[in-house]
Write a protein that binds this ligand. Structure first.
Ligand code: NAD
Ligand code: DAU
Length: 358
């Protein structure tokens, strides 16, 4: 039985990855390591909790001793690393938290994997064989490439040029993963994905925040002129891509994952308002009245767009869910999971939004 450590499996994307691996690979033992920060929620994966090939471990990747002991005890065969501080706005107010989790946390996992997988063997360049059948998979973001102008796409060879503390921390962790591959021979893969949306998305990010605000007749704070562009991908298509890269991707490689689905924020928000009015039985145009242009995010990247042709050509991946379908499923999920929304928006969440950029 293969033992796979998934970090951040109680979060948005991690929960879909854990569910997919637990259900599709009964001969794997899936260990979900999560600190259950504000963004982690065991409700996200309650449906797999009782399965015999699933184990939840509450723990913090920034605690090096804990991580070393865990690797020593469990002897994982592979790591799929998603745990992170993931929200750009929070990285602007508390950058150090992002260095701790995204950089130091990743380093702790790399060190533990290197030590356990390579125990007693030469640890210098050329020792790649010592890591036979092991894999360190780092789940990363397209934001490491910085911002595009009106045209062009990010490819795997685009230079790193991160602009926010969040993307700088993810770029740094990507570099360390690659450096461990080059220096110690650690077998790794990295994927850099565009903006995800779908069920379990914490309502601080654009789509779930605006769904929640529309439900509650609250303002929709569009940053700047709203002409910023993102490439949206349904989260289950990301989980499918992760599954493919984990099993078929080549070691020491990077793959870009994107939705071929660019939207200017304001157009997306208007579409969301229209769909929400329809689903909530409100008069068309009612939710659009909630749009409020607010002060811009500092260092706001203008446009992200991904060239996914490498993963498409090499592994045959492409998105399976259209934006129309994905957005509709997402709204339906939030409308039928009121309790989930209520639970995650109680407590501290109430203060978070009162001091945004205004
Ligand atoms: P999320 O914020 O929803 O979930 C992060 C999870 O990590 C939470 O469950 C949280 O409890 C856990 N976590 C945070 N700090 C931890 C720590 N110190 N120790 C252990 N667990 C900790 O994030 P997400 O949106 O699901 O993103 C997952 C990963 O995918 C991140 O690495 C992110 O950079 C990357 N990513 C996200 C997107 C996106 O659109 N959301 C796109 C591309 C890449
Ligand atoms: O591109 C991948 C990245 O996508 C991931 O790595 C990040 O973890 C994820 O959070 C996401 O980052 P963004 O900053 O693009 O996502 P966010 O949902 O925060 O914002 C999307 C766009 O909407 C962005 O241009 C900022 C804008 N926005 C966002 C919020 C929360 C607003 O106009 N108003 C808002 O209230």
């Amino acid at each position: 039985m293969k033992k796979i450590l998934v970090t951040g499996g109680a979060g948005f994307i991690g929960s879909h990855v854990v569910r997919r691996f637990v259900n599709n690979y009964p001969d794997y033992q899936i260990y979900n390591l999560d600190a259950l920060t504000y963004a982690g929620n065991l409700e996200n994966i309650a449906d797999v909790e009782k399965q015999s090939n699933y184990t939840f471990i509450k723990g913090d990747i920034t605690d090096a001793d804990f991580i070393d002991d865990l690797f020593q005890k469990e002897r994982f065969d592979a790591v799929i690393h998603l745990a992170a501080e993931s929200h750009v706005d929070r990285s602007i107010t508390d950058p150090l938290a992002f260095v701790k989790t995204n950089v130091i946390g990743t380093m702790n996992l790399l060190n533990a994997a290197k030590t356990i997988w390579n125990a007693g063997k030469a640890q210098l360049n050329g020792a790649k064989d010592n890591f036979e059948n092991k894999r360190f998979y780092h789940v990363s973001t397209d934001e490491v490439y910085g911002s595009l102008g009106a045209t062009g796409l990010f490819t795997e060879t685009t230079s790193y040029d991160p602009n926010s503390p969040y993307s700088a921390s993810k770029a740094s962790s990507d570099h360390f993963v690659r450096a461990y591959g080059e220096t110690y021979g650690l077998p790794f893969v990295i994927t850099n994905c565009s903006n995800n949306y779908g069920p379990n998305h914490f309502p601080e990010k654009l789509i779930p925040l605006f769904i929640n605000n529309i439900i509650n007749h609250k303002p929709l704070p569009v940053y700047g002129d709203g002409k910023y562009t993102r490439d949206w991908l349904y989260v289950i298509d990301h989980a499918i891509a992760i599954d493919l890269v984990f099993h078929k991707g080549k070691n020491h490689q990077t793959y870009n994952i994107g939705g071929f689905n660019e939207w200017q924020n304001i157009d997306l928000v208007k579409l969301l308002c229209e769909k929400m009015d329809e689903k909530l039985g409100r008069k068309q145009g009612e939710s659009e009245q909630l749009i409020s242009y607010v002060k811009d995010r500092p260092g706001h990247d203008l446009r992200y767009a991904i060239d996914s042709s490498k993963i498409n050509k090499e592994l045959g991946w492409k998105p399976t869910v259209t934006f129309e379908e994905g957005l509709s499923k997402t709204i339906d999920w939030y409308l039928s999971n009121e309790e989930w929304l209520k639970n995650v928006t109680s407590g501290e969440y109430q203060n978070y939004y009162s001091n945004q950029y205004e």
